[in-house]
Design a protein around this ligand. Sequence first.
Ligand SMILES: NC(=O)c1ccc[n+]([C@@H]2O[C@H](COP(=O)([O-])OP(=O)(O)OC[C@H]3O[C@@H](n4cnc5c(N)ncnc54)[C@H](OP(=O)(O)O)[C@@H]3O)[C@@H](O)[C@H]2O)c1
Length: 248
Amino acid sequence: MKIAVMGATGTAGSRAVQRLKARDFDVVEVSRSCGIDLVTGEGLTDALADVDAVVDASNVGPSDDPRKRRGAVTTATRNVVDACTKQQVSRLVLLSIVGIEHPAFDRFEYYLAKREQEAIVENSDLNATLVKTSQWHEFATNPAAVTFHADKVEVQDWLVQPVAADAVADVLVQEVLKPSNESRVLITGPEQIRLPDLTRRLLDARGDSRPVHTTEPYFLELKEGVLLAPAEARVVGPDVEGWLSTVN
Ligand SMILES: NC(=O)c1ccc[n+]([C@@H]2O[C@H](COP(=O)([O-])OP(=O)(O)OC[C@H]3O[C@@H](n4cnc5c(N)ncnc54)[C@H](OP(=O)(O)O)[C@@H]3O)[C@@H](O)[C@H]2O)c1
């Protein structure tokens, strides 16, 4: 079986690639650094020749211009769906985020882009599954909510229930290897935590003594847990302590 991973060098994509290779699957790695551009479409259709299934764990930019980024995400997703259709790829698993449907995000360009990305995939004729996860433990340093300065670290006060990127990759691999019987799989971690606490614990584990300053989030709802997964989400470990024991 031949599987293509979009975003093969990213946090989630690289973990999916590693797992698939360890199981001896033929893996096509897709990213600009691998010579394939999802936004321009350069090299994409050719790369999917003889591919049976695709994991889309890409995260296209630019990150400094939310409007342009939204356009890039939707263009890239249309290009992925079109290339899959042309090459008769039978299965597509798209990585996305839980909670983005909430009206609080109706003017939040990145989550609007993710909603549009989900709709393009769900409205296609592909055998598709969305894997929607809560924030990852690795989000503890994500520039979307965390700003590093020489003498302090500022972290927005989001209430999250993080899941490890390794666990997300395990689920992506499970899903891409089986025919779709669920159109959406929701994943979260075992433990709720405020993002500044998560960042603090990670910095402690790394021996970084910079103070963590809590800042107001983009929206009040983030503080109240708008991005927590619904009760039906699958809970996958490790918890924060278990994850910290694996990072350096
Ligand atoms: N972080 C979280 O907590 C979280 C939670 C839930 C869901 N997600 C979702 O998970 C997905 C992956 O996130 P991530 O943090 O793993 O991403 P990431 O580490 O930023 O990696 C992004 C990947 O996309 C590739 N890429 C970017 N632009 C590209 C282009 N034009 N053409 C081809 N490849 C391109 C990058 O490679 P090149 O730069 O070499 O092109 C890289 O391999 C995103 O859709 C995100 O919304 C994230």
